[in-house]
Design a protein around this ligand. Sequence first.
Ligand code: BGC
Length: 790
Amino acid sequence: MDIKYLIDNLTIEEKALLLEGHDSWMTNSIHRLGIKSIYLTDGPFGVRKKQGSGDGALGLGIAHPATLFPSPSNLASSFDTNLAYLVFEAIAKEANYYDVQILLAPAMNIKRNPLCGRSFEYFSEDPILSGNMAASVVKGLQDNNVSACLKHFLLNSCENFRYMSDSVIDKRALNEIYLKNFKIALENSDPDSIMVSYNKYNGIHLSENDYLINDILRNEFKYDGLIMTDWGATKNRVNGIKASIDLDMPGGIIANRRAIIDYFKNNPTEIHILDSRVRNVLNLINKHNVEKSIEEDIFTNNYKLALNAALESAVLLKNEDNILPLNKNKKYLILGDFFKNPVITPTGSGRVNPKIFSNPYEYFSGRADFDYLDYNNISKELLENYDDIIIFAGLSELKEGVDRKNLLLSERDIKLIDELSSTKNVILVLFSGCVVELPFYDKLKSILYMGLPGEAIGEACYNLLYGLVSPSGRLSETWPRSLEVVPYYNEFSNSLVEKYKESIFVGYRYYLDKEADVLFPFGYGLSYTLFEYTDISVNHRNNKIIINMKITNKGLYDSYEVIEIYAGKNMDSKVFKAKRELKAFTKVFIKSNETKDVTLEFDESEMSYYNTNAAKFVLENGIYPIYVAKSAFDIIYEENISITGQEEYESPYNKKIMEIYTNHSIIEDEEFYSMVGYKPSINSSKYITIETPIMEYKNKFLSSLCLKIMLSVLNKETKKIKKMPPGKTRDELLKNQEFMNDVMIHNCIRSLIQSSGGYAQMKLAYGLVDIANGHIIKGLFKLLRREKKI
Ligand code: BGC
């Protein structure tokens, strides 16, 4: 396509149309000029392409069958960027097969608090791990002609109020943690698109945040690809265009299009701004103007890759007396719902309709000697027949759109595991994709954490439990002993203002510094084999830190070893810093009795911190320890290097802030806002606006009536689905309804309408809000008014 020609010849109306989605998952086509549409779909676990088209709100429906890969949090636990590449290369082949041009992945928000409902979809609490994983995902997709989409930019670390909450954060944490992973992904790959999140930063929604998009993403990070909104994130579309947001998704909102047309017709001197947005959309469409090769039998091969990924990402958390691997000559008692009916896919954009499914019960049957019993059928006498018990348990609720209320398994599982492990040897096979509390930890013999292992779950569990493969994953996030030790856990996701008070002390950075005892540290994981590290050396030359070592597999199993390199803080630092931070990692496969030479390196500038007064990263002079480690808490080698000759900067912190963050004491709101340099304004008016959380409608008579009407539309649909014959279609549609329900009550009417794909228009929002506030006639008038066509 001749893009300049197209821009010169498109009308403003056509330009506006190109800048929004169509039918929830496509861009618009302009036949007159030969501009085709392209298809965008989720997501991070595999392709979720809806069957058919145009079935209404939120564009949900039954998805085409595709390979369900392990969750992104699993992939990160593999610590294997090559595996991430291979998995997304495979997903790209399925995207090509289904004629999808943009895959809405990787999702790479930092796991800041384990309550985050979408934790399973994100990589890690650490920006280096997250950013490198994301870069590999991008390359895996784009090397195979499918565009990637980094999401969700930025500070969308909770779900409950994601549509309208204001993320308040100091610039240091912003740069060192939350921008850092995006920066790494952009330095190491060239993603065709980025999705901005729903929330606000400093009071301004990301879909129109000039500072984060224009100043940081476009100017500082030099990103010139396409930027789209999350589904329904648009607030003021013209502001969005000015803030450099190219594509409004899912589109279909006439008011948005009209606003663009009116604005640029009235301000012709600014048309170049509109044209830049159109250029980015056309460039992306143009990239897909190529013939793509489609492989026919991809699903069988992709199942094998999903299996390998599940094997490589499982983490052995405990293994007393080497009770694992299991003994083929023993008969085991297996319990737990997850053995027969595991929950393998979440609600929302991570959901995939698996093409193949290896059910654990079916896979073990005929291969292993076991009895499987329902919890209700066990008795003391019966237990006497078995030496060891295996329990398959996990989280049955994995949801986008809401945060978790606690980190617990179900009461029934906790009781059962606790009781059984007091008397017998219990091996727990655990499924979640995110942190769970294990109050019975001490009593268990062994824990194999499978995460959310995808469609090959049964075969993967069998191969790991019976030692056909040794576990080699490492946790990509810290597992605290209980929720109460998580910093500011009681302030998380419970209001419209999300305060990132822990600053840079996210995950292990906090627990290490606080010297808190954790259940499992970041980077932790056991193996069936034994690796010995020798000849370790640290060299500092040409501004690089180079670490060499030999690693020997002294055990009986061929397996992978993850190598983690951390840098410690310089002791005489002028600012507070984390005790140590991951700087490099790799994973190598070493056969039994084999020795491999391993080298890792990182740039010394990686040890700098963000000085908020100087508004840049600065490297302090001083002595820095470099660590080779088995986890953030388990150091096997330490050597100092020295940094000299750097320009000195004053600390940006006053004495009080230094004390608070050095001692990890609680920071009060006012002190925090003053450190951040921004105080959110809280709207205490009782008046309902299009931004009011829908759940607040229940507080007033008329608004609660509106809420009831909205819910009744959903309930009517749910009842209809419930009448369908039992089976997969019914189950899937019910899951979608569950998701819609979660999304509706946590949303505001503006974003709900914006995410409807044109199923509803903004007049409904304004009309409902008037009615909710008692202006019934005015509201009805707005509702009934005909929307003028463009
Ligand atoms: C999610 C995105 C997703 C989009 C389309 C949004 O609600 O936050 O991650 O890509 O929906 O499904």
